[in-house]
Design a protein around this ligand. Structure first.
Ligand SMILES: [Zn+2]
Length: 364
Protein backbone atom coordinates (compact mmCIF):
# COMPACT_ATOMS: atom_id res chain seq x y z
CA UNK A 1 0.00 0.00 0.00
CA UNK A 2 1.34 3.37 -0.99
CA UNK A 3 0.11 6.96 -0.92
CA UNK A 4 -0.08 9.03 -4.09
CA UNK A 5 -1.41 12.48 -3.32
CA UNK A 6 -4.67 12.12 -1.42
CA UNK A 7 -5.18 8.52 -2.43
CA UNK A 8 -3.99 5.24 -1.01
CA UNK A 9 -3.06 2.60 -3.55
CA UNK A 10 -4.47 -0.84 -2.71
CA UNK A 11 -2.55 -2.63 -5.45
CA UNK A 12 -3.40 -3.81 -8.93
CA UNK A 13 -6.40 -5.81 -10.02
CA UNK A 14 -6.58 -7.00 -13.65
CA UNK A 15 -3.52 -4.83 -14.30
CA UNK A 16 -5.26 -1.63 -13.14
CA UNK A 17 -4.29 0.20 -9.96
CA UNK A 18 -7.10 0.48 -7.44
CA UNK A 19 -6.99 3.54 -5.18
CA UNK A 20 -9.02 4.77 -2.25
CA UNK A 21 -9.29 8.50 -1.60
CA UNK A 22 -8.36 9.65 1.91
CA UNK A 23 -11.90 10.95 2.47
CA UNK A 24 -13.48 7.60 1.57
CA UNK A 25 -13.59 6.22 5.17
CA UNK A 26 -15.64 9.31 6.14
CA UNK A 27 -18.51 7.75 4.19
CA UNK A 28 -18.43 4.70 6.49
CA UNK A 29 -18.39 6.91 9.58
CA UNK A 30 -21.34 8.87 8.21
CA UNK A 31 -23.33 5.76 7.22
CA UNK A 32 -22.61 4.14 10.60
CA UNK A 33 -23.79 7.30 12.35
CA UNK A 34 -26.99 7.57 10.27
CA UNK A 35 -27.88 3.93 10.92
CA UNK A 36 -27.21 4.37 14.65
CA UNK A 37 -29.53 7.40 14.76
CA UNK A 38 -32.22 5.64 12.69
CA UNK A 39 -32.18 2.15 14.22
CA UNK A 40 -30.49 2.66 17.59
CA UNK A 41 -29.01 -0.85 17.42
CA UNK A 42 -25.54 -2.21 16.73
CA UNK A 43 -27.16 -4.71 14.36
CA UNK A 44 -28.48 -1.73 12.43
CA UNK A 45 -25.02 -0.16 12.25
CA UNK A 46 -23.53 -3.49 11.11
CA UNK A 47 -26.23 -3.77 8.42
CA UNK A 48 -25.48 -0.25 7.21
CA UNK A 49 -21.72 -0.81 7.03
CA UNK A 50 -22.03 -4.18 5.29
CA UNK A 51 -24.53 -2.66 2.87
CA UNK A 52 -22.29 0.26 1.92
CA UNK A 53 -19.28 -2.09 1.57
CA UNK A 54 -21.17 -4.37 -0.84
CA UNK A 55 -22.55 -1.34 -2.67
CA UNK A 56 -19.02 -0.04 -3.27
CA UNK A 57 -17.94 -3.46 -4.45
CA UNK A 58 -20.65 -3.05 -7.11
CA UNK A 59 -19.26 0.43 -7.89
CA UNK A 60 -15.76 -1.03 -8.34
CA UNK A 61 -17.15 -3.65 -10.74
CA UNK A 62 -18.97 -0.85 -12.59
CA UNK A 63 -15.69 1.04 -13.07
CA UNK A 64 -13.95 -2.14 -14.24
CA UNK A 65 -16.78 -2.45 -16.76
CA UNK A 66 -15.64 0.88 -18.28
CA UNK A 67 -11.91 0.17 -17.94
CA UNK A 68 -11.87 -3.33 -19.41
CA UNK A 69 -14.09 -2.26 -22.32
CA UNK A 70 -11.75 0.67 -23.03
CA UNK A 71 -8.84 -1.78 -23.00
CA UNK A 72 -10.48 -3.67 -25.87
CA UNK A 73 -10.11 -0.46 -27.90
CA UNK A 74 -6.47 -0.13 -26.91
CA UNK A 75 -7.06 2.50 -24.22
CA UNK A 76 -5.35 1.95 -20.87
CA UNK A 77 -6.63 3.04 -17.47
CA UNK A 78 -4.26 4.92 -15.16
CA UNK A 79 -6.18 4.01 -12.02
CA UNK A 80 -9.60 3.49 -10.52
CA UNK A 81 -10.23 5.66 -7.48
CA UNK A 82 -12.97 5.27 -4.90
CA UNK A 83 -14.38 8.56 -3.63
CA UNK A 84 -17.15 8.95 -1.04
CA UNK A 85 -19.49 9.99 -3.89
CA UNK A 86 -18.63 7.03 -6.13
CA UNK A 87 -15.94 5.56 -8.32
CA UNK A 88 -13.80 7.10 -11.02
CA UNK A 89 -11.98 5.20 -13.77
CA UNK A 90 -9.16 7.42 -15.00
CA UNK A 91 -8.87 6.41 -18.65
CA UNK A 92 -5.75 7.53 -20.52
CA UNK A 93 -8.03 9.14 -23.08
CA UNK A 94 -11.60 8.91 -24.27
CA UNK A 95 -12.26 7.00 -27.50
CA UNK A 96 -12.67 9.46 -30.37
CA UNK A 97 -14.94 7.06 -32.27
CA UNK A 98 -18.52 7.84 -31.12
CA UNK A 99 -19.60 4.20 -31.17
CA UNK A 100 -16.68 3.17 -29.00
CA UNK A 101 -17.41 5.98 -26.55
CA UNK A 102 -21.05 4.86 -26.33
CA UNK A 103 -20.05 1.25 -25.61
CA UNK A 104 -17.38 2.21 -23.05
CA UNK A 105 -19.90 4.47 -21.26
CA UNK A 106 -22.66 1.83 -21.33
CA UNK A 107 -20.55 -1.05 -20.04
CA UNK A 108 -20.39 0.49 -16.54
CA UNK A 109 -24.16 0.56 -15.92
CA UNK A 110 -24.43 -2.76 -17.81
CA UNK A 111 -22.44 -4.38 -14.98
CA UNK A 112 -25.03 -3.15 -12.46
CA UNK A 113 -27.87 -4.40 -14.67
CA UNK A 114 -26.13 -7.81 -14.72
CA UNK A 115 -25.74 -7.80 -10.91
CA UNK A 116 -29.41 -6.83 -10.45
CA UNK A 117 -30.57 -9.56 -12.84
CA UNK A 118 -28.32 -12.12 -11.12
CA UNK A 119 -29.71 -11.20 -7.72
CA UNK A 120 -33.29 -11.28 -9.03
CA UNK A 121 -32.68 -14.78 -10.39
CA UNK A 122 -31.11 -15.87 -7.10
CA UNK A 123 -34.00 -14.45 -5.05
CA UNK A 124 -36.53 -16.15 -7.34
CA UNK A 125 -34.76 -19.53 -7.19
CA UNK A 126 -34.40 -19.41 -3.40
CA UNK A 127 -37.82 -17.86 -2.78
CA UNK A 128 -35.99 -15.03 -1.07
CA UNK A 129 -38.25 -12.15 -2.14
CA UNK A 130 -39.64 -10.39 0.90
CA UNK A 131 -42.68 -8.15 0.73
CA UNK A 132 -42.02 -4.63 1.93
CA UNK A 133 -43.11 -4.52 5.56
CA UNK A 134 -44.48 -1.06 6.42
CA UNK A 135 -43.67 -1.69 10.10
CA UNK A 136 -39.97 -2.44 9.51
CA UNK A 137 -37.53 0.48 9.63
CA UNK A 138 -36.97 1.80 6.12
CA UNK A 139 -33.19 1.79 6.55
CA UNK A 140 -33.08 -1.92 7.37
CA UNK A 141 -35.09 -4.02 4.94
CA UNK A 142 -35.65 -7.67 5.84
CA UNK A 143 -33.63 -8.94 2.86
CA UNK A 144 -30.05 -7.78 2.45
CA UNK A 145 -29.79 -9.08 -1.11
CA UNK A 146 -33.02 -7.41 -2.09
CA UNK A 147 -31.64 -4.11 -0.77
CA UNK A 148 -28.45 -4.61 -2.83
CA UNK A 149 -30.59 -5.34 -5.90
CA UNK A 150 -32.59 -2.13 -5.46
CA UNK A 151 -29.38 -0.16 -4.92
CA UNK A 152 -27.98 -1.49 -8.21
CA UNK A 153 -31.12 -0.41 -10.05
CA UNK A 154 -30.67 3.01 -8.46
CA UNK A 155 -27.03 3.07 -9.67
CA UNK A 156 -28.16 2.34 -13.23
CA UNK A 157 -30.84 5.06 -13.18
CA UNK A 158 -28.51 7.60 -11.57
CA UNK A 159 -25.64 6.90 -13.97
CA UNK A 160 -27.88 7.08 -17.01
CA UNK A 161 -29.04 10.65 -16.26
CA UNK A 162 -28.14 12.22 -19.63
CA UNK A 163 -25.74 14.82 -18.24
CA UNK A 164 -21.99 15.07 -17.64
CA UNK A 165 -20.23 13.72 -15.67
CA UNK A 166 -22.68 10.81 -15.60
CA UNK A 167 -22.30 7.95 -18.09
CA UNK A 168 -25.59 8.99 -19.66
CA UNK A 169 -24.04 12.35 -20.55
CA UNK A 170 -21.24 10.63 -22.47
CA UNK A 171 -23.73 8.43 -24.31
CA UNK A 172 -25.79 11.51 -25.22
CA UNK A 173 -22.75 13.44 -26.46
CA UNK A 174 -21.45 10.51 -28.49
CA UNK A 175 -24.90 9.87 -29.97
CA UNK A 176 -25.22 13.56 -30.93
CA UNK A 177 -21.74 13.58 -32.46
CA UNK A 178 -22.81 10.84 -34.87
CA UNK A 179 -24.74 13.54 -36.73
CA UNK A 180 -22.81 16.73 -35.89
CA UNK A 181 -19.27 17.76 -34.94
CA UNK A 182 -17.86 16.72 -31.59
CA UNK A 183 -17.65 20.28 -30.29
CA UNK A 184 -21.22 21.09 -31.30
CA UNK A 185 -22.36 17.79 -29.76
CA UNK A 186 -20.53 18.57 -26.50
CA UNK A 187 -21.95 22.09 -26.36
CA UNK A 188 -25.50 20.79 -26.93
CA UNK A 189 -25.04 17.94 -24.42
CA UNK A 190 -23.65 20.43 -21.89
CA UNK A 191 -26.67 22.70 -22.41
CA UNK A 192 -29.06 19.76 -21.92
CA UNK A 193 -27.11 18.81 -18.79
CA UNK A 194 -27.30 22.31 -17.34
CA UNK A 195 -31.04 22.52 -18.06
CA UNK A 196 -31.47 19.21 -16.22
CA UNK A 197 -29.32 20.56 -13.37
CA UNK A 198 -31.63 23.57 -13.06
CA UNK A 199 -34.62 21.22 -12.97
CA UNK A 200 -33.03 19.07 -10.25
CA UNK A 201 -32.13 22.21 -8.33
CA UNK A 202 -35.72 23.50 -8.36
CA UNK A 203 -37.07 20.03 -7.41
CA UNK A 204 -34.48 19.92 -4.64
CA UNK A 205 -35.66 23.24 -3.19
CA UNK A 206 -39.16 21.80 -2.71
CA UNK A 207 -38.26 18.22 -1.95
CA UNK A 208 -35.15 16.20 -1.37
CA UNK A 209 -32.11 18.44 -0.69
CA UNK A 210 -29.93 15.62 -2.08
CA UNK A 211 -31.16 16.72 -5.53
CA UNK A 212 -29.51 20.13 -5.04
CA UNK A 213 -26.19 18.36 -4.52
CA UNK A 214 -26.69 16.37 -7.75
CA UNK A 215 -27.65 19.60 -9.53
CA UNK A 216 -24.40 21.32 -8.51
CA UNK A 217 -22.42 18.20 -9.49
CA UNK A 218 -24.02 18.10 -12.98
CA UNK A 219 -23.66 21.85 -13.50
CA UNK A 220 -19.91 21.76 -12.84
CA UNK A 221 -19.47 18.56 -14.88
CA UNK A 222 -21.20 20.08 -17.92
CA UNK A 223 -19.14 23.28 -17.75
CA UNK A 224 -15.79 21.50 -17.43
CA UNK A 225 -16.53 19.01 -20.22
CA UNK A 226 -17.53 21.84 -22.55
CA UNK A 227 -14.33 23.75 -21.81
CA UNK A 228 -12.11 20.67 -22.20
CA UNK A 229 -13.56 20.06 -25.67
CA UNK A 230 -13.22 23.76 -26.50
CA UNK A 231 -9.49 23.58 -25.62
CA UNK A 232 -9.08 20.46 -27.72
CA UNK A 233 -10.59 22.24 -30.72
CA UNK A 234 -8.38 25.28 -30.23
CA UNK A 235 -5.30 23.07 -30.34
CA UNK A 236 -6.47 20.70 -33.05
CA UNK A 237 -4.60 21.07 -36.38
CA UNK A 238 -2.36 23.79 -34.95
CA UNK A 239 1.29 22.80 -35.53
CA UNK A 240 3.59 22.57 -32.52
CA UNK A 241 5.85 25.24 -34.03
CA UNK A 242 3.16 27.87 -33.30
CA UNK A 243 3.46 27.66 -29.54
CA UNK A 244 7.00 26.52 -28.91
CA UNK A 245 9.64 28.33 -26.90
CA UNK A 246 12.52 29.14 -29.22
CA UNK A 247 14.66 31.02 -26.70
CA UNK A 248 16.05 28.29 -24.45
CA UNK A 249 19.32 26.91 -23.11
CA UNK A 250 20.62 23.35 -23.39
CA UNK A 251 23.05 21.19 -21.45
CA UNK A 252 25.36 18.42 -22.63
CA UNK A 253 25.73 15.02 -20.92
CA UNK A 254 29.23 16.02 -19.80
CA UNK A 255 28.11 19.33 -18.29
CA UNK A 256 28.60 19.57 -14.52
CA UNK A 257 25.55 20.24 -12.38
CA UNK A 258 27.12 23.60 -11.48
CA UNK A 259 26.37 24.66 -15.06
CA UNK A 260 22.70 23.72 -14.60
CA UNK A 261 22.64 25.69 -11.33
CA UNK A 262 24.08 28.80 -13.01
CA UNK A 263 21.55 28.61 -15.85
CA UNK A 264 18.65 28.03 -13.43
CA UNK A 265 19.55 30.97 -11.19
CA UNK A 266 20.55 33.24 -14.07
CA UNK A 267 17.31 32.85 -16.04
CA UNK A 268 13.72 31.62 -15.88
CA UNK A 269 14.38 28.16 -17.32
CA UNK A 270 14.33 25.28 -14.84
CA UNK A 271 14.26 22.19 -17.10
CA UNK A 272 16.78 21.64 -19.89
CA UNK A 273 17.09 19.52 -23.01
CA UNK A 274 20.37 17.59 -23.01
CA UNK A 275 22.19 17.51 -26.35
CA UNK A 276 25.08 15.37 -27.50
CA UNK A 277 26.30 17.29 -30.54
CA UNK A 278 23.23 17.85 -32.75
CA UNK A 279 21.21 15.07 -31.09
CA UNK A 280 18.74 15.38 -28.20
CA UNK A 281 19.70 12.60 -25.81
CA UNK A 282 17.76 13.48 -22.67
CA UNK A 283 16.04 15.92 -20.38
CA UNK A 284 17.42 17.32 -17.12
CA UNK A 285 14.36 18.29 -15.13
CA UNK A 286 14.43 20.68 -12.19
CA UNK A 287 13.59 17.86 -9.79
CA UNK A 288 16.34 15.62 -11.23
CA UNK A 289 18.90 18.42 -10.97
CA UNK A 290 18.02 18.98 -7.28
CA UNK A 291 18.19 15.24 -6.63
CA UNK A 292 21.58 15.12 -8.41
CA UNK A 293 22.90 17.99 -6.29
CA UNK A 294 21.86 16.14 -3.14
CA UNK A 295 23.57 12.91 -4.30
CA UNK A 296 26.63 14.16 -6.20
CA UNK A 297 27.05 17.88 -5.43
CA UNK A 298 28.00 20.56 -7.97
CA UNK A 299 30.51 18.27 -9.66
CA UNK A 300 27.87 15.67 -10.64
CA UNK A 301 27.42 14.96 -14.37
CA UNK A 302 24.21 15.93 -16.20
CA UNK A 303 24.44 12.63 -18.13
CA UNK A 304 23.95 10.71 -14.87
CA UNK A 305 20.74 12.46 -13.84
CA UNK A 306 18.95 12.99 -17.16
CA UNK A 307 15.89 11.03 -18.24
CA UNK A 308 14.56 10.04 -21.67
CA UNK A 309 13.25 12.98 -23.70
CA UNK A 310 9.73 13.37 -25.04
CA UNK A 311 10.02 14.45 -28.68
CA UNK A 312 7.62 15.55 -31.39
CA UNK A 313 7.87 16.90 -34.91
CA UNK A 314 7.29 20.61 -35.53
CA UNK A 315 4.27 19.73 -37.68
CA UNK A 316 2.61 17.60 -34.98
CA UNK A 317 -0.61 19.03 -33.69
CA UNK A 318 -0.74 20.83 -30.36
CA UNK A 319 -3.66 18.72 -29.13
CA UNK A 320 -1.49 15.58 -29.43
CA UNK A 321 1.31 17.31 -27.52
CA UNK A 322 -1.05 18.34 -24.74
CA UNK A 323 -2.19 14.72 -24.48
CA UNK A 324 1.44 13.51 -24.33
CA UNK A 325 2.27 16.03 -21.58
CA UNK A 326 -0.80 15.03 -19.57
CA UNK A 327 0.11 11.37 -19.86
CA UNK A 328 3.70 11.87 -18.69
CA UNK A 329 3.58 14.75 -16.21
CA UNK A 330 7.17 14.02 -15.12
CA UNK A 331 8.41 14.89 -18.63
CA UNK A 332 7.97 18.67 -18.03
CA UNK A 333 8.26 19.53 -21.74
CA UNK A 334 8.33 18.16 -25.27
CA UNK A 335 11.39 18.70 -27.49
CA UNK A 336 10.26 19.89 -30.92
CA UNK A 337 12.33 18.58 -33.80
CA UNK A 338 12.46 19.71 -37.41
CA UNK A 339 14.19 17.14 -39.64
CA UNK A 340 15.70 15.65 -36.53
CA UNK A 341 17.11 18.96 -35.32
CA UNK A 342 15.97 20.58 -32.06
CA UNK A 343 14.22 23.88 -32.82
CA UNK A 344 12.13 24.47 -29.71
CA UNK A 345 10.50 23.12 -26.57
CA UNK A 346 6.88 23.21 -25.37
CA UNK A 347 5.67 22.94 -21.81
CA UNK A 348 2.20 23.06 -20.26
CA UNK A 349 2.60 26.71 -19.34
CA UNK A 350 3.26 27.73 -22.94
CA UNK A 351 0.23 25.81 -24.18
CA UNK A 352 -1.88 27.61 -21.57
CA UNK A 353 -0.39 30.93 -22.68
CA UNK A 354 -1.14 30.12 -26.31
CA UNK A 355 -4.79 29.43 -25.38
CA UNK A 356 -5.03 32.72 -23.46
CA UNK A 357 -3.69 34.64 -26.46
CA UNK A 358 -6.07 32.84 -28.84
CA UNK A 359 -9.07 33.65 -26.68
CA UNK A 360 -8.00 37.31 -26.30
CA UNK A 361 -7.78 37.55 -30.10
CA UNK A 362 -11.20 35.97 -30.49
CA UNK A 363 -12.81 38.37 -28.02
CA UNK A 364 -11.97 41.38 -30.20
ZN1 LIG B 1 -19.79 4.84 -14.94
Amino acid sequence: MQWSGWSLSLGRLAGIELRVHATFPLLFLWVGFIYWVQTGTLAGVAFGLAFIAVLFLCVVLHEYGHALTARRYGIGTRHITLLPIGGLAMLERMPKEPWQEIIVALMGPAVNVAIALGLALLLTLTGGWTPIDPEAPLMMPASFLQAVLIANIFLVVFNMIPAFPMDGGRVLRAALSLSMGRVGATALAARIGQTLALGFGVLGLFGNPFLILIAVFIWIGAASEASATEIETQLHRKPASRAMITDFRVLSPDSRLSRAVNLTLGGKQKDFPVMDGPRVVGVASHAAILRGLRDHGLEGRVGDIMSAPLTADSSDDLATLLEALQQTPEAQFVCILHRGELIGVIDMENITEYLRIQSALQDR
